[in-house]
Design a protein. Structure first.
Length: 456
């Protein structure tokens, strides 16, 4: 007898993950090591702990332990907003008239409005445990800064956020949420750092970039022994923390004997995608199961589909370690009309290696089609999705429509990473018919590739 699948599948508290899953342990081809930007040699623990908290530096370098305990303090915090629901999109299926079964794991059910809180609370916990005063970070659209502000408030840590200037100006309410949780927020580039002053001198009037905000946050943390820098995506430690998404998804599916065929996630730096797919990819790596996994990225910032798999800087200021990843070049900035998020130039080294080894495929989508999917989803499933998440919705709908043509009853699961309440300027553009698509030319990308660092 097939179990009746509820509209929302929740796990019991006793079924919540007690350990994160580290997919690197099961990878035959490990992600290439991070390199020290000064020496271009693999970075050591002692070098890494100058930038990150000790325990996080350890996690960053840990390629061997498949399971890592989630400290009780973090599990207690997770209980405030987890488990997140795995929702059967019955209404969307009916609307699309598809035989496909569609599920989404909804990570927007917390005040910060995205999955980023899963790693923010872990990073704040380890900083507190080490006796630090506070942390610095960058934020683009603002979700990471908000998540970190919440996490730091909980553990009474100081939180300094460098926010990309264009977002700082476009999203005053995000800024105020962060300040309400006690964070200080500085628009980047700023004249509070050397790198900020340099960038301002070279590019007066710049509206900033993530890479530049990262450089400023790193500089501030490096100047004070009681601060560390924390990052909300890209790093392997962040993917590790985000594995809680995939572990819950898998547990909920196993509970109802649901076998996914297609797993879809949006990909900016790769953390939610990596976290969602980790336990499933683990099964593939161990030869137990087969899934179709699709990473979705914006056509205006196509690191997986059009980037190169090389060592590159993670930040414009070239102060962070180098990572081997699919990248568009650390100076690449998506065109000014891009409103849909996922604007980071690179990709997690774990996701990059899995992609290079053929465990996942990548697709790029244009932002007007992303917002069309977002509106269709909002109107029928009720949730107003973040533009980032809507990349995954686009491809989930496309795959469900393919099933309608072929009559296949595939089971599709996608990550709905967050809500879009602070993205109404982008929605406004779309509603006014003013949103356009821009796809970078090969020449533009080649010009950016020409500046890759020389690493042998
Ligand atoms: C930050 C963010 C993303 C993209 O980041 P990843 O590291 O690629 O997961 C996607 N969706 C939302 C809602 C975000 O806030």
């Amino acid at each position: 007898m097939e179990k009746k699948i509820p509209y929302k599948i929740y796990l019991e508290e006793s079924e919540l993950p007690r350990q994160w899953y580290n997919v690197r342990a099961d990878m035959k081809n490990k992600p290439a090591p991070l390199l020290n930007p000064a020496t271009l040699k693999p970075i050591t623990f002692d070098e890494l702990r100058q930038v990150f908290c000790d325990e996080l530096a350890r996690q960053e370098l840990n390629d061997t332990d498949a399971y890592i305990d989630i400290p009780k303090e973090i599990r207690d915090f997770y209980k405030m907003y987890r488990p997140s629901p795995l929702v059967r999109a019955y209404c969307l299926e009916k609307e699309l008239d598809t035989p496909a079964k569609i599920y989404y794991k909804f990570e927007g059910n917390n005040t910060s409005g995205s999955h980023k809180l899963n790693s923010a609370i872990a990073q704040a916990y380890y900083a507190k445990q080490q006796g630090l005063t506070g942390v610095t970070t960058e934020t683009g659209a603002g979700q990471w800064g908000t998540a970190l502000a919440m996490a730091c408030a909980y553990f009474h840590l100081d939180c300094k956020v460098y926010m990309v200037k264009v977002s700082y100006e476009q999203k005053p309410f995000r800024r105020e949420v962060m300040r309400t949780y006690g964070a200080s927020v500085t628009p980047s580039p700023s004249n509070t750092t050397n790198v900020g002053r340099k960038i301002l001198a070279e590019h007066p009037g710049t509206t900033g970039s993530l890479g530049c905000a990262i450089s400023e946050a790193v500089e501030v943390a490096a100047a004070d022994p009681n601060y560390r820098y924390v990052l909300g995506s890209v790093l392997s430690q962040v993917l590790l923390h985000q594995s809680v998404i995939g572990l819950e998804t898998k547990a909920a599916m196993d509970k109802y004997d649901i076998q996914p065929d297609i797993i879809i996630g949006c990909a900016g730096g790769g953390s939610n995608l990596g976290g969602l797919i980790s336990p499933f990819v683990g099964e593939m790596l161990r030869g137990e199961k087969q899934y179709q996994i699709i990473a979705v990225e914006p056509a205006s910032c196509p690191s997986l589909t059009r980037g190169r798999f090389v060592y590159d800087f993670c930040d414009t200021g070239k102060v962070c370690p180098l990572s081997k990843m699919y990248t568009l070049g650390c100076d690449f900035i998506p065109s000014a009309n891009h409103a849909g998020g996922l604007r980071y130039h690179g990709m997690s080294s774990v996701v990059s290696q899995l992609y290079a080894d053929g465990y996942l495929e990548a697709r790029s989508v244009e932002q007007t089609s992303v917002f069309a999917a977002a509106e269709q989803f909002a109107r029928i499933e009720g949730i107003l999705p973040a533009p980032e998440s809507s990349h995954a919705i686009r491809v989930a709908i496309d795959e469900a429509l393919k099933c309608k043509e072929t009559g296949e009853e595939k089971t599709i699961v996608f990550g709905l990473t967050g809500t879009g309440y602070f993205d109404m300027v982008a929605y406004e553009k779309y509603n006014n018919g003013e949103m356009t698509d821009y796809i970078p030319t090969d020449e533009e990308l080649e010009a950016s590739f020409a500046k890759f660092p020389k690493v042998d």
